[in-house]
Design a protein around this ligand. Sequence first.
Ligand code: NAD
Ligand code: UDP
Length: 317
Amino acid sequence: MSAKKTAVVTGAAGFLGSHLSDRLLAEGYKVIGIDNLLTGDLRNIKHLEGNTDFEYIQQDVTKHIHIPGEVHLVYHFASPASPIDYLELPIQTLKVGSLGTHNTLGLAKAKNATFLVASTSETYGDPLEHPQKETYWGNVNPVGPRCVYDEAKRFAEAMTMGYLRAHKVDTKIVRIFNTYGPRMRLNDGRVVPAFIGQALQGRPLTVFGDGSQTRSFCYVSDLIDGIYKLSQSSYHEPVNIGNPREMTVLEFAKAILKHTGIEQPIIHKELPTDDPKVRQPDITLARTLLGWEPKVDFEDGITRTIAYFRDFLAIKS
Ligand code: NAD
Ligand code: UDP
């Protein structure tokens, strides 16, 4: 019998799920990664082929999940995550946030496992409080185009709190702010791969609106570290994990041109409906509760991410 603990990661072939699987393996867990490849890519976990501590199961988590044997931790990360993905996949997004969360909570309950759900800064909607603290209830349009994601995640949080209170499952909720790094999908429409891809492929950078809206970008290894620490804590309420360094989208476009060393025009396109005007995490809670702090500065993280996309494009062409 193995002395190693087992963690289940849904969305394991995605950007964050694959990095989380790597971290859990490095921490000495056995990992069962589940994915239906809706927005993920097996290349993200190709390096784990042949690793006897990693098992991949191709399955839709909105259907009943059967895992034989012991499970100690369940991380529910499956969900379309980029605005163009969830606008194209509205029902799948609602289902994985609702039915998928119900099923993975059911798995955690049956196995007496700890459960952590990947929630989002989108639960704050277009925020009227800035920066956003966990105590803020948010400003979400419940029927706008983004509602399928925002409300699915708000439901996922509510369902998670329900299982904590009614079934005493050891649950955690992480509210993830914009995260970037290697293994993002080049064409997922999120601003980081969009601008890097445009620059590297010799196309103008498409800033939506006047570019005065802000985001705060966290490098993936910092985010995963915060999530791992949260899953080991005994705290049950939502916790923001993100990097508070805030910039406008226009500043971000200029930074991409500077760091790629490529000259391209910046063009403006229509701002999507309900695009949040500002976003910045207040991470006081994560700092005090987890002793967590982002360590990778923007210049370093973006250089590593550009290098990844350069390699990715060279291999593809
Ligand atoms: P991603 O699209 O790269 O990964 C999501 C994975 O979930 C994909 O591999 C996809 O195939 C899988 N999936 C989707 N529906 C499924 C289903 N029904 N059954 C099984 N697998 C399914 O996205 P990501 O950026 O890695 O995001 C991971 C999680 O983190 C998501 O829940 C997302 O909402 C959350 N999140 C991410 C960010 C971010 O900046 N990356 C920010 C906030 C929240
Ligand atoms: N954005 C942009 N050009 C693009 C893609 C995105 O200007 O090609 C903007 C988008 O309108 C938003 C910000 O960049 O204000 C971040 O968008 P992203 O899709 O990465 O995630 P969001 O934070 O909106 O969920």
